[in-house]
Design a protein. Sequence first.
Length: 288
Amino acid sequence: MKVFITGGTGYIGRPTVQALTRRGIEVTALARSTHSARALSELGATPVAGALTDTDVLRQAASRADGVIHLGVDYAEGTSDIDRAAAEAMQDGAASSPYVHTGGAWVYGDTDGVVDEDAPTSPPAITAWRLENERRVLARAASGEHPVVVRPGLVYGHSAGLVQSFFVDPARDSGAVPCIGDGSNHWALVHVDDIAELFALALNAPAGSVYTGVSDQNLPLADVAQALSHAAGCPGKIDSVTIEEAVRRMGPIAEAFALDQQLTGARAHRELGWAPTHLDALAELARG
């Protein structure tokens, strides 16, 4: 089997490439620079020169593969339009082959207890664009194509990712980990290596499927902040901030961190045999 992937050198992309190659899958991956190409080669993938805006390159690479995983994001002006055009090009190329698209669990907004993929959506402004693009991707199942959407929860692990950038790293300078509000809101977490496994498994999912990629670790932010304080070298030092102050410090992503989300990945367990192995997030976050 041959799989084409975008975002192969990213935080989730690297372990996803490794998850694919461990299965004996031949991986080709979009490379925006010689540095990325070198990194992909070291991971065992064959680089394809181009960017997410190079729709002809994407279409051709997808047509030569047996499956596609779209992890890349261009956080420039017009992110939504770039993502939509890239997805359309790769779906055109993939035809009836599996096309796995990256969504995000934040699209559910605040949840009423523990919910699954059928819950209503109410995304914060920063991620609202994903939802419309997901709908466009999934709509093509009606014409005989094979789209699948994976919505990762808040991804952590290997001292990287959003948690590291917005909570641990600033705390090393300020001496305290920020905690938005009273910390009673829940984060739905997943380890980066576990979500990589789900992306690989999603190539075998039925057309039109949606999977929430969380490892059923729905933890109060107050507990997460305590763990992160150890990773930041300031054990027990927590800085409680209002949502307004958090937005001032972090930007609009703070509204997403303030969501109260409890989600289950039961569908992926049941249908794909996904079995996360990192099940003590607090311990891993505390270690950094």
